[in-house]
Design a protein. Structure first.
Length: 82
């Protein structure tokens, strides 16, 4: 019995957030884009994980208003995704 893997497209907004998180957590987000496209993980679950990671960054950098503004921008991008 063969297993068929359905490829999924990721829009540019999600790719932008993944790239940002990859710069903040270099060892955690490397292959996520490929995993989603190959169907190894669910995009909705990963969007939730991205929101959680951005929330952690926001708490960590709460004294740096410039960084918090950047993080809020990425949270807004994710809030538009379903």
């Amino acid at each position: 019995m063969s297993t068929m893997i359905q490829q999924r497209q990721i829009n540019n907004n999600i790719k932008t957030v993944i790239n940002f998180l990859d710069t903040q957590f270099p060892c955690c987000w490397d292959d996520l884009e490929q995993d989603i496209e190959m169907g190894y993980t669910d995009i909705h679950r990963e969007i939730n994980n991205m929101r959680n990671a951005l929330g952690v960054l926001k708490i960590y950098h709460k004294e740096d208003k410039k960084r918090v503004t950047i993080i809020n921008k990425y949270l807004q991008i994710l809030s538009k995704e379903r």
